[in-house]
Design a protein around this ligand. Structure first.
Ligand code: ZN
Length: 111
């Protein structure tokens, strides 16, 4: 799963979506923002346990549909107090992959 994500991120490297920021906030008051791309580029992010969640897209004809929501984490040491700060990526793994897969192909393909 991690490999799929990393290769999708490679393909989407220039995507503006990946310039969004994730904030690390330490209890000592230190905070730092890194881009989505930086969040994953070190390769040391963690994929959490999938959490079954009731689908937000339930229609009248579908009952009890559950989807898996897999959280993504990245830990950094706080440069001020040395505590480990864990940031949770704002999107689930499933959401992130579907966003990256829905991006238009490289414009070079159209010459
Ligand atoms: Zn700190």
């Amino acid at each position: 799963m991690k490999e799929i994500l990393v290769s999708l991120l490679q393909k989407n490297r220039k995507n503006n979506f990946l310039k969004n920021k994730v904030e690390f906030r330490c209890k000592c008051g230190y905070s730092n923002k890194i881009s989505y791309l930086d969040f994953f580029s070190g390769g040391d992010f963690r994929i959490g346990q999938p959490i079954p969640t009731l689908s937000p897209f339930i229609s009248e004809s579908v009952y009890d549909e559950t989807i898996n929501v897999t959280p993504l984490y990245l830990s950094r040491k706080c440069p001020v107090c040395g505590e480990e700060i864990t940031a949770v990526f704002p999107l689930s793994l499933e959401n992130l992959i579907s966003i990256l897969q829905s991006q238009p192909p490289d414009p070079q393909m159209y010459g």
